[in-house]
Design a protein around this ligand. Structure first.
Ligand code: IPM
Ligand code: MG
Length: 361
């Protein structure tokens, strides 16, 4: 089979980590007899520099015509002072909207060998955790009405959180469907004690829940959820939440896995064409120095194989190779400890993963 993959490397460490994932995909393709064809498109700060806009129309069209998109990261200090509509982050939001990727799956689990890199107490980590954050991705405050206006005390700015029943229903269904394939438990996170949009969210989630009597559902306020995630992450299976709460909680969840450099994500919509990216940013401070951890992007490529191409054996093989490399003690700087004898760069970590892939039965 031939699969056309659009590569959006972006800024900062984006090019390094996407190149790593491409090498891993090529190794998988060679091994399992798939032809992955890659086409690069510009988005983010590099697109602003080259074309004056963060998301050129050719990038949107190219991604729409591909079978899937692999994205590195966008943004950096160079473009931080650009006006809102010309910021690199607009590229990401624009792509998510253009491809109608309303679901963002962000799995977080502990690699047993990385317990030492985790910030939580050993007795908490020993319970283990494996959770799936289902984040709504094309609605809420990220896409609501915003602007500046004259207020009582002079200039003010506003952003609006708005959710329709339709948007909540479809993301709730994704959460219940994923729970069915896991431990059949959904925690819906909102701020229903204050926000009307959260009250509609809660009502709607519970109505959809009736279609899934085999799945247990409960609600949690977002402030409490932020606390429970570090108090006892083992209690969570599937978490479903709004765009902004999901953004915040997924960074928190990443840190309890040991490093944000480990967390992959899949953005999905109604078609098989998804967008796969690490949840971390462009890390401009370490860009171009071969210091980035490629694992989150490599695992995002695995998610692409699983969710967009239905290649689960191949996805399993990548995940097993990553786990094996970590089990053997190989570490990039972000997950290294005092006991790490040799800290690997991005390229060397990639080679280790590929070696394992090619060796595995
Ligand atoms: C993420 C990022 C983005 C988001 C930014 C870069 C716009 O933080 O994917 O989590 O907030 O969605
Ligand atoms: Mg984020």
């Amino acid at each position: 089979m031939t699969y056309r993959i659009a590569l959006v490397k972006g800024d900062g460490i984006g090019p390094e980590i996407v190149s790593s994932a491409v090498k891993v995909l090529e190794a998988v393709g060679g091994r399992y007899g798939h032809d992955f064809q890659f086409t690069e498109y510009l988005a983010g700060g590099c697109a602003i520099d080259a074309c004056g806009v963060p998301l050129p129309p050719e990038t949107v069209a190219g991604c729409q015509q591909s079978d899937s998109v692999l994205l590195g990261a966008v943004g950096g200090p160079k473009w931080d002072t650009m006006p809102g509509h010309l910021r690199p982050e607009k590229a990401l939001l624009g792509l998510r909207a253009a491809l109608e990727l309303y679901t963002n799956l962000r799995p977080a689990r502990i690699f047993p060998a990385l317990k030492g890199a985790c910030a939580l107490r050993p007795d908490i980590i020993d319970r283990g955790f494996d959770l799936m954050i289902v984040r709504e991705l094309t609605g809420g405050i990220y896409f609501g009405e915003r602007g500046r206006r004259e207020g009582k005390y002079g200039e003010e700015a506003f952003d609006t959180e708005a959710y329709s029943v339709h948007e909540i229903e479809r993301i709730a269904r994704v959460a219940f469907e994923s729970a069915r394939k896991r431990r059949k438990n959904v925690v819906s996170i909102d701020k229903a004690n204050v926000l009307e949009s959260s009250r509609l969210w809660r009502e709607t989630v519970h109505r959809v829940a009736k279609e899934y009597p085999d799945v247990t559902v409960s609600d949690m306020l977002v402030d409490n959820a932020a606390m429970q995630l570090i108090r006892d992450p083992s209690r969570f299976d599937v978490v479903v939440t709004s765009n902004m709460f999901g953004d915040i909680l997924s960074d928190e969840a990443s840190q309890i896995t040991g490093s944000i450099g480990l967390l992959a994500s899949a953005s999905l919509g109604a078609t098989k064409c998804g967008l796969y990216e690490p949840i971390h940013g462009s890390a401009p401070d370490i860009a171009g120095q071969n210091k980035a951890n490629p694992i989150a992007t490599v695992l995002s490529a695995a998610m692409m194989l699983r969710y967009s191409f239905d290649l689960s054996a191949e996805a399993d093989a990548i995940e097993a190779a990553v786990t094996a490399v970590i089990d053997e003690g190989w570490r990039t700087a972000d997950i290294a400890t005092d006991a790490t004898a040799e800290v690997l760069g991005c390229a060397e970590m990639t080679e280790k993963i590929i070696d394992k892939l090619l060796l595995a039965k």
